[in-house]
Design a protein around this ligand. Structure first.
Ligand code: FES
Length: 230
C-alpha cells in the first residue's frame, strides 16, 4: 500500500462550478496531479505508427490524441483524471489487456489511470470499476459508444457519501454495491441507482481498445462528476 492509499478514503465533493474537490478542505496532495498524459500520448502515437494492421475491433474513436495533453500540476477533476488515450492499469501499474475479463462473465476489476513514467495514479478520485458483459446486454441509458466488446467502466466512488463501491449484489450478482449505506447501481443501465440513498448514477468512463486491439484505454473523460455533489 502506498502513501496515496490514505487519499483513497477521502470523501469528495463537487463545487458549484462542477469541479470535484476534496471534502474537509484537505489540501491537494502533490501526487494528485496528472503526470501521465504527455507520455501516454507519445506512447499511443508510437503505437499507431508501428501498428502493422488495425484489428477488426479497433476503436475508431482512438484516431486522435488531441485531448490527451493534460498539463502536469493540474488539480484532478473528473474531466482530466482520464483523457483520450490514457491506459487503464491495475494497482501495480500493469496495463489492462483486452482479454483481462472473459466476455459475458460480468466480472469486475478495479483499475486506475496510468501515470507518467508508468504505474497507477491511485487516489480517492481515480478508482474505476471495469466490468465485462456481453455486448447485447447493455440497455439505455448506458453510453454504448463508450463500451467495447462488452467492457464498460464506471467511477468506483459512491455518489452518496464518497465511499468505495466495492461489492456486488442483485440478480446474478450483477449490480454494483456500496457497503456504507447499501446503495446499488445497475451497470447494464448506465449504473442508474436501483437501491439505497445514492442520488445519482456512477459516471461512466468511455473506453476502447488500442489500435492493435491488445489493451484498454480511455477514449475521453468521465461523463459526469465523480463522488459527492451538492
Ligand atoms: S456512501 Fe455509498 S451508500 Fe452511502
Amino acid at each position: 500500500m502506498s502513501a496515496d492509499d490514505t487519499e483513497s478514503e477521502v470523501e469528495t465533493s463537487v463545487e458549484p462550478d462542477g469541479q470535484t474537490e476534496q471534502a474537509d478542505e484537505v489540501p491537494p496532495s502533490p501526487d494528485d496531479t496528472i503526470r501521465t498524459t504527455r507520455r501516454n500520448a507519445a506512447t499511443f502515437l508510437a503505437g499507431v505508427a508501428g501498428a502493422a494492421a488495425i484489428g477488426s475491433f479497433a476503436v475508431s474513436a482512438l484516431t486522435g490524441v488531441e485531448n490527451a495533453a493534460v498539463t502536469g500540476g493540474r488539480e484532478l477533476t473528473y474531466k482530466n483524471i482520464y483523457t483520450k488515450g490514457v491506459h487503464l492499469v491495475d494497482e501495480e501499474g500493469n496495463r489492462i489487456k483486452a482479454d483481462a475479463i472473459e466476455e459475458g462473465s460480468g466480472e469486475m476489476l478495479t483499475v486506475f489511470p496510468e501515470q507518467e513514467g508508468g504505474g497507477a495514479l491511485v487516489t480517492g478520485k481515480t478508482t474505476t470499476l471495469l466490468l465485462r458483459f456481453s455486448e447485447g446486454d447493455f440497455q439505455e441509458p448506458t453510453n454504448t459508444d463508450g463500451t467495447v466488446q462488452g467492457y464498460v467502466a464506471y467511477s468506483g466512488v459512491c455518489t452518496h457519501a464518497g465511499c468505495s463501491v466495492s461489492q456486488r449484489s442483485g440478480p446474478n450478482n450483477r449490480n454494483l454495491h456500496c457497503p456504507c449505506h447499501q446503495s446499488e447501481f445497475n451497470p447494464l443501465q448506465g449504473c442508474k441507482v436501483t437501491g439505497g440513498p445514492a442520488p445519482r448514477p456512477l459516471p461512466q468512463l468511455p473506453i476502447g481498445f488500442t489500435e492493435d486491439g491488445s489493451l484498454i484505454m480511455a477514449t475521453g473523460p468521465f461523463e459526469g462528476p465523480i463522488g459527492v455533489t451538492e
